[in-house]
Design a protein around this ligand. Structure first.
Ligand SMILES: [Zn+2]
Length: 222
């Protein structure tokens, strides 16, 4: 009873309007207006970061998804992140996935590692929560091959400033091969995704695709 009252008292997870529903999952945390904006499939990311071959998201960061991600990450709403993970898993799962995202095409699934500061500040790692749902739905084990830092800067080998900036930010713990799928919560400037993709490629990956909840750049709806 008290749990129910507390749930009703929280308001919409995206805009804080009153929520009048008893629905389960993410729908139950949204007001009527925000519920209409829930994505119905994965969108292609049209402005891809360097070293990323293909990318998909649930939608643009500017709308409902940005509101939900901010509420989840800065308001400590782990429940909302788990719901977003479920939604991502639903649309990326075997029955609904776009052709390029068929999970059997990938040799490995990995996430952008969180920095220790971000992890400690929040008490949880948003990307870890998202991918926990995802790996279950895709039946693909997550390989934590990437780590932050630890790589010596190879400035002497880089030809472009861009490359020099991202090289060595992330490194792979082991050698990898084939096609890899990188998972993150949001794509903004693309610098982090580029750095992770470069680390995977330098360790042997042939291609790197990206799956995020929301993208700040161009997206093409299904
Ligand atoms: Zn709302």
């Amino acid at each position: 009873m008290f749990e129910m009252l507390a749930a009703f008292g929280q308001g919409c997870a995206a805009c804080a309007h009153p929520v009048e529903t008893t629905r389960a999952g993410l729908e139950g945390r949204l007001c009527l207006r925000c519920r209409q904006d829930l994505p119905r499939g994965l969108a292609s990311i049209t402005s891809l970061p360097e070293f990323i071959d293909e990318g998909w998201c649930l939608g643009p960061y500017s709308g409902l998804l940005g509101g939900l991600l901010r509420s989840a990450k800065y308001g400590g709403r782990e429940d909302v992140l788990l719901n977003l993970g479920e939604l991502l898993a639903d649309h990326a799962g075997a029955r609904n996935a776009p052709a390029g995202l068929a999970v059997e095409q990938f040799d490995g699934l990995t996430t952008v590692p969180a920095s220790l500061v971000r992890r400690l500040g929040r008490g949880f790692d948003p990307v870890e929560l998202l991918s926990a749902k995802l790996q279950h739905a895709l039946d693909a084990p997550l390989s934590p091959v990437l780590r932050r830092g630890g790589g010596a800067s190879q400035a002497g080998q880089s030809r472009e400033d861009r490359l020099a900036n991202v090289r060595g930010v992330y490194t792979a713990r082991t050698a990898v091969a084939g096609r890899w799928l990188l998972v993150d919560d949001v794509l903004t400037s693309g610098a982090t995704a580029s750095a992770c993709a470069l680390a995977l490629r330098e360790s042997g990956a042939r291609s790197v695709s990206l799956l995020v909840v929301a993208a700040a750049g161009g997206v093409r709806s299904p």
